[in-house]
Design a protein. Sequence first.
Length: 231
Amino acid sequence: MEINDDFTRRAAVHAGALDWVPSPMPGVERKMLDRVGGEVARATTIVRYAPGSHFSPHIHRGGEEFIVLDGVFQDEHGDYPAGSYVRNPPTSRHTPGAAAGCTIFVKLWQFDPRDRTHVLLNLFEKQPVPVEGQAGVSAAGIFHDARETVRAEYWHPGAQIARANEGGMEVLCLKGGFSEGGEDFSTWSWLRLPAGASLDARAGAEGALLWIKEGHLRFAEREIAAVKAAS
């Protein structure tokens, strides 16, 4: 399966306009944002767990990164309320589910295979600080290594954001909204800009809380090759 698989082009998906698609697990549905591969895939997806649903135990051979958008995600390691950000590196394993239901944004097979760094924090509890030289932008660091930088940003109402983008960028709107490329983005809208395509956006009247990842698209083809080798 190939969805938004050309990483040299801009991609935008408004999750609210997509239908839910059943997964192989009963009670688990998906909205696919980008994907290369079958059930083993380099993928970016919004996943909804019905109350009481779960996935079978599995190992994250290519790593897993997710944000709990609503409800409470659960596994044998604990409960993760809305706003939870988790990085489960390659070789980690769990049995995910949701007794009361939840929705998550999840990225699979997008790690350095040598990465063993686990991260657990709550984006809604991070305190952003003003970003020097970027009027109307506050940010809180989430994760950084040689491959990528991940952070939460708050764009104040009406703020104009202009930023270079050397290694590719993804933006997920968690709250509020913004416009970019003549397109309006609202809660759970997702934008991917290829390496070299600068960001030129304006926050909406309510401002915007965003998850932003930069630098990682340089490694997309390598990750796709790893998925194909594992399939």
